[in-house]
Write a protein that binds this ligand. Structure first.
Ligand SMILES: CC(C)(COP(=O)(O)OP(=O)(O)OC[C@H]1O[C@@H](n2cnc3c(N)ncnc32)[C@H](O)[C@@H]1OP(=O)(O)O)[C@@H](O)C(=O)NCCC(=O)NCCS
Length: 181
């Protein structure tokens, strides 16, 4: 199935695929990760006004919200379903240097463990936008084996573990060189 998946910029044409998949998410953490508007966002935003939601995501490419950096978002579409979301942050602020890294992703729970995250990251690392940055920081919780393997499969080189205190898992930091992608 991987060769039938494609990455797309957010678009109102993908409303059906987006909402179908979104409605099947049961965990609030997955819903927040799917809409990707920050942790204080209203979960219903895409459902209430999909057009303005898409405009907000697209605008971030050049005009980030205060405290954020510009980013580029892709939705992974398989037939009429959205199976994942991946985003590239164009630069690192203090939060991203420590916690978020350049690239973040989520695969829909119904589509996990089929190679989709590994494929999405591989594709995004080949884009000119990403290749303009020579070294890409990827981070994952120390307990997130699937994300760690996704990073390592794409050439991630382990750098260090950042301790975030007793209430949060530590973060592993990896770097990927885009020069050979
Ligand atoms: C992390 C995540 C994106 C992985 O997506 P995925 O499409 O299932 O990943 P893949 O199928 O490409 O698998 C990558 C590797 O992890 C392994 N893997 C997948 N799920 C796993 C699991 N639950 N436990 C252990 N290993 C797992 C796969 O076997 C594969 O390893 P391999 O290359 O040795 O075969 C997905 O679990 C997810 O969306 N999690 C919630 C959001 C999240 O954690 N995002 C990342 C933040 S850093």
């Amino acid at each position: 199935m991987i060769h039938e998946i494609s990455l797309h910029s957010p678009s109102t044409l993908l409303e059906g695929a987006y909402i179908n998949s979104f409605n099947k998410l049961s965990l609030k953490s997955d819903q927040l990760n799917w809409i990707y508007l920050g942790n204080d966002a209203e979960i219903n935003t895409p459902i209430n006004n999909f057009n303005s939601y898409v405009q907000v995501l697209l605008k971030r490419e050049t005009e980030p919200a205060p405290g954020f950096v510009c980013d580029t978002i892709w939705w992974a579409i398989y037939k009429n379903q959205m199976v994942g979301r991946i985003a590239f942050r164009h630069e690192l602020n203090d939060f991203l240097k420590k916690i978020g890294g350049h690239i973040g992703y989520i695969v829909h729970p119904e589509w996990r463990n089929k190679g989709i995250a590994t494929w999405m990251l591989k594709e995004v690392l080949k884009t000119n936008k990403v290749k303009n940055v020579k070294k890409i920081l990827l981070t994952c919780d120390v307990c997130n084996i699937a994300s760690e393997k996704t990073i390592i499969r794409n050439g991630g080189v382990f750098e260090k573990i950042i301790d975030l205190g007793p209430s949060r898992p530590a973060k592993k930091h990896f770097w990927i060189s885009t020069e050979l992608k």
